[in-house]
Design a protein around this ligand. Structure first.
Ligand code: SF4
Length: 395
């Protein structure tokens, strides 16, 4: 097969392993479109970066129940040599088709040998001058020296845990050992990152992520969020990705229904509430419930806790401001800044700070008073709130 065609096929194969960090940027890059290459957007340091994802090989010796590349399945197997793939990727990035690369692989010849080939590819790519964003997969049970090498080369490394704990993992990937192969690899990477940051070494100190498959193992949202919270606490993951299960023909899970996109969206929303807003999994789940409610999780929580005890926006600490629907980290900072100068008295002032009045109004006090909450006024249309003047009252 011609090399360009092989690259296209392996990039499409990598697209199967879709992660929430990336969305196909259809039509966004004429150079990529011309070559029919899938390009994604990744958020990197506050910037959106066009990312090219590929596998080194679509051959695999394992039998994960959900995976199109499981051993024995009748599908084309393609493999690049590290030097060839690195040269191809360097050329793509030089031409501006992508500014970032995500590199993964099927397991062929064992984890250690596979990891070595990924490292060789990454090292050559850097040697060929690529200084952009690089996301490198760590194979199950990668050795400590391999993890350290990956973290020197990459901006991000990831280990796919696949399922929230060993019992669920057995249903998906019975050959993978959660406690021996997967979680310890993340733990070693986390320790290396902590040491590198503490020592201030000239080390990329790659950030860490993982991925769960959603909807393939009858796992509950409670299990997914409990593990997500643990990974934030113990590993310091930058992100947990929730990959919606899709049944693949000729796999043991071919007759299972696909995961609902709404469920995956709720899980992401809940993850950000854990990471950035100080919520715990228990606060986001109904009592005795194992799944997130269908409503937006933050609004659901606020309706149960803030209707009777609204948050006084002029005095509440940042942590409480973050609990109000419509107020995220940036808007909480805006409130803290504004109230050093003025008393917040009306919804127009909130709107001027970028806070949607209809979302926040039912849950807040402004100078001791509940603001009006008519949805016709605040929820829709271009109506102007009663006071949209800049705040003038001095405290
Ligand atoms: S290890 Fe499992 S998930 Fe990864 S490529 Fe092989 S079969 Fe697929």
């Amino acid at each position: 097969m011609e090399e360009q065609e092989k690259l296209r096929a392996l990039a499409r194969a990598a697209a199967w392993d879709e992660e929430g960090e990336t969305a196909v940027a259809a039509g966004s890059c004429p150079k990529a479109d011309a070559q029919a290459l899938p390009i994604y957007w990744a958020a990197v340091g506050g910037r959106r970066v066009p990312l090219f994802k590929t596998l080194l090989t679509s051959a695999c010796e394992r039998h994960c129940a959900y995976c199109p590349f499981r051993a024995g399945r009748d599908t084309p197997r393609l493999t690049f040599r590290p030097a060839t793939l690195a040269a191809r990727l360097a050329a793509l990035t030089r031409r501006g088709v992508a500014q970032g690369v995500m590199l993964s692989s099927g397991l062929a010849g064992g984890s250690i040998a596979t990891q070595d080939r990924l490292l060789e590819t990454a090292a050559l790519l850097r040697r060929y001058g690529f200084q952009g964003y690089l996301h490198l997969k760590l194979m199950p049970a990668a050795e400590e020296a391999q993890i350290a090498a990956a973290m020197r080369l990459a901006d991000r490394v990831s280990v796919n845990l696949e399922a929230p704990g060993p019992a669920y993992l057995r249903r998906l990937a019975s050959e993978k050992d959660f406690w021996e192969e997967l979680f310890p690899t993340l733990q070693r990477a986390a320790a290396l990152r902590r040491n590198a940051l503490a020592a201030g070494t000239p080390f990329r100190a790659a950030s860490l992520t993982t991925q769960f498959v959603v909807g393939a193992a009858d796992e509950t949202d409670a299990a997914l969020l409990s593990w997500s919270a643990r990974l934030l606490r113990e590993i310091g993951v930058a992100r947990v990705y929730y990959s919606a299960f899709r049944p693949i023909a000729d796999t043991p899970l071919e007759n299972m229904p696909p995961a609902q996109p709404a469920r995956v969206r709720r899980l992401y929303r809940a993850f950000f509430l854990l990471r950035d807003y100080g919520f715990t999994p228990g606060e986001l789940l109904p009592p005795d419930g194992q799944f997130l409610p269908a409503d937006d999780p933050k609004t659901w929580w606020a309706q149960r806790h803030l209707r009777e005890q609204p948050v006084e926006l002029n005095t509440a600490p940042r942590a409480m401001l973050l609990r109000v629907p419509g107020i995220g980290p940036r808007r909480a900072e805006a409130i803290l800044r504004a109230r050093r100068e003025v008393t917040l008295r009306d919804l127009g002032q909130l709107q001027a700070l970028g806070i949607p009045p209809a979302k926040a109004a039912p849950f807040v006090l402004l100078a001791g008073r509940r603001p009006p909450t008519q949805p016709s006024l605040w929820g829709e249309g271009p109506q102007t709130p009663p006071s949209s003047k800049p705040p003038t009252t001095q405290r």
